[in-house]
Design a protein around this ligand. Structure first.
Ligand code: 5AD
Ligand code: SF4
Length: 439
C-alpha cells in the first residue's frame, strides 16, 4: 500500500483543505505515514500570506528534495496558495516537484496520481470546492465546513484574491445536509470557513441566502453544540449575525473581526471599505447584544505610508476596544497586490518592529485585563486532550475560544463545567467544578 505525508502551513482554510486531501488519498487506497521520510507521496499545503510563510516552506521543500534523492520513486506535491502564486515558476525553480496545484484544484491530485505516467503537472484553475471531497478529520468531534471559496474584496495588502479567485458560495441545502451527516457521526463543533463569511450566499441563485440564515439552520441540527466561523469582514458585519449570537445557544461567544488599522486614512489606502468609526460602531453593536462576547482581531503595522500619528490611532483603538486577543503582523509586500507598488512609502523595518512592540504591549495588557472577567465564573469547556504544559491536566476551549487548562476528568469531545481560578492574556486555568464542590 502506498503512503502519504502532508505538511500544512497557513490558515484554517488550509487545515480544512489538508483534511480533504487526506480523505481523498485514503479513498484512493493510500495510508497516512507517521513521518515524512516514510512516505511515498510527500505533500505540502502551502501559504503565501507573508514573506516569512514562503521562506519557512521553502526550507521544508529542500528537505523533501534530499529524501527524493535517496529514493527517486517518491512523488513530491505542492498545493495551496504559494503554489498558486508561483504557478509560472514552480517547476523551473524547483524541478524536483512532480505535481503542483492551487487551492481550487485539490481534486486534480487524484487525477494526477491515477494517471499512467507521472510526468510533472500543474493545475491552477479555480473550479470546484475542496469541501466536496471526502475528509479525514483531525478530531472526531470537530469539523471544518467550507461555506465559500475565494474572495471578491480588493484589500491592497492581500494575496488571497489572487490565490483563491472570485468568491463562490456553496449551496445552502448542501451545507445543511453535510453538517447533518457530520452531527450523526459525532461532530459537536463546526467552524464555518470562508474568506469573507458574512457575504455568504448573496450570489446564490435562484434563491440568494444570508449568512445569518445559515447560522439558524445549523443551530437547528441535533447534536451540533458549538458553531464558530471565520472570518467576517467588518464592513459586512450586520445586526442579523450579531443577533444570532444573542439568540442561538450554539453560536459561540466569540467574533474574530479583523481591524487591520485604527486609522481611517490607512484603512482607505488598504481598500478595507470601512473606517475607524464603522469598526467602533460594530464593536458597540456586538457589546450591546452580546456583552460577554470575546472579540479578537488581526492588525497590520507598517503598512506603506503609515505615519506615527496613524499608528497612534491603531493603539487608541486597541486600547478602547480591549480585544480578547489579536494577531499582529508586520506588513509584508506580496506579489501582484496593489500595495506592493507603494514601494517609495515602505516603512523601515526598525520602525515597524518598534511599532509592533508598542502594539503588543497594549494588546496583551488589555487581553489580560479582559480575561479577569472569567475568574470565579464556571465556563463550559470542550475538552480537546491533555494540557501541553502539564500532561496530568486537561486542555479545552470555552465558548469564547479561550484555551482553558484544568484539573479534572473528561474525555476529548466532552463539554465539562470548569471553575476559573486565574487568567493570563492567552489562557485560563481552573478545575472541573465537580472537583471544586468536593474540596
Ligand atoms: N502583510 C502582513 N500581514 C498580512 N495579512 C494579510 N496580508 C498581509 C500582508 N501582506 C494579515 C491580515 C489578515 C491576516 C490573515 O494576515 O491581518 O487578516
Ligand atoms: Fe490561507 Fe491566505 Fe495563507 Fe492562502 S494565503 S493559506 S488563504 S492565510
Amino acid at each position: 500500500m502506498k503512503s502519504f505525508h502532508v505538511t500544512t502551513f497557513g490558515c484554517q482554510m488550509n487545515e480544512h483543505d489538508s483534511e480533504r486531501m487526506k480523505g481523498m488519498l485514503e479513498s484512493l487506497g493510500y495510508a497516512e505515514a507517521a513521518a515524512r521520510d516514510d512516505a511515498d507521496l510527500i505533500l505540502f499545503n502551502t501559504c503565501s500570506i507573508r514573506e516569512k510563510a514562503d521562506d519557512r516552506f521553502v526550507a521544508h521543500l529542500y528537505e523533501a528534495r534530499a529524501l527524493k534523492r535517496r529514493d527517486p520513486e517518491r512523488v513530491i506535491g505542492v498545493g495551496g496558495c504559494w503554489a498558486q502564486s508561483q504557478k509560472d515558476a514552480v517547476f523551473r525553480q524547483f524541478p524536483f516537484v512532480d505535481v503542483a496545484f492551487g487551492p481550487g484544484q485539490v481534486h486534480k491530485l487524484a487525477e494526477f496520481l491515477t494517471a499512467d505516467s507521472l510526468t510533472a503537472q500543474g493545475f491552477f484553475e479555480f473550479e470546484g470546492f475542496t469541501g466536496h471531497l471526502p475528509a479525514k478529520r483531525e478530531r472526531e468531534f470537530q469539523a471544518w465546513i467550507q461555506i465559500s471559496a475565494g474572495c471578491n474584496m480588493k484589500c491592497a495588502f492581500c494575496i488571497v484574491p489572487t490565490t483563491r479567485g472570485r468568491e463562490v458560495s456553496r449551496p445552502f441545502e448542501e451545507l445543511v445536509a453535510e453538517i447533518e451527516v457530520l452531527a450523526a457521526d459525532g461532530v459537536k463543533e463546526v467552524t464555518l470557513l470562508g474568506q469573507n463569511v458574512n457575504s455568504y450566499g448573496l450570489g446564490l441563485r435562484p434563491q440568494p441566502r444570508r449568512f445569518s440564515e445559515l447560522l439558524y439552520a445549523v443551530d437547528a441540527i441535533t447534536g451540533i453544540e458549538r458553531i464558530r466561523y471565520t472570518s467576517p469582514h467588518p464592513a459586512h458585519m450586520r445586526e442579523d449575525v450579531i443577533r444570532a449570537h444573542a439568540e442561538l445557544d450554539s453560536v459561540c461567544d466569540h467574533i474574530h473581526l479583523p481591524l487591520q488599522s485604527g486609522s481611517s486614512r490607512v484603512l482607505k489606502r488598504m481598500r478595507r471599505t470601512y473606517g475607524r468609526e464603522r469598526f467602533m460602531d460594530r464593536v458597540a453593536l456586538i457589546r450591546e447584544h452580546v456583552p460577554d462576547c470575546a472579540i479578537t482581531t488581526d492588525i497590520i503595522v507598517g503598512f506603506p505610508g503609515e505615519t506615527e500619528s496613524d499608528f497612534r490611532e491603531t493603539l487608541e483603538v486597541a486600547e478602547e476596544v480591549g480585544f480578547d486577543g489579536a494577531f499582529t503582523f508586520i506588513y509584508s509586500p506580496r506579489k501582484d497586490t496593489e500595495a506592493a507598488a507603494f514601494s517609495d512609502e515602505f516603512i523601515p523595518h526598525e520602525v515597524a518592529v518598534e511599532r509592533m512592540e508598542r502594539l503588543v504591549e497594549v494588546v496583551q495588557r488589555r487581553a489580560r485585563e479582559r480575561a479577569q472577567r472569567f475568574v470565579g465564573r464556571t465556563l463550559d469547556v470542550l475538552v480537546e486532550g491533555a494540557s501541553r504544559q502539564d500532561p496530568t491536566r486537561l486542555r479545552g476551549r470555552s465558548s469564547h475560544n479561550k484555551v482553558v487548562n484544568f484539573d479534572g476528568l473528561g474525555e476529548p469531545g466532552e463539554i465539562v463545567p470548569v471553575t476559573i481560578a486565574s487568567a493570563t492574556s492567552q489562557t485560563l486555568a481552573g478545575e472541573a467544578s465537580f472537583l471544586s464542590r468536593l474540596s
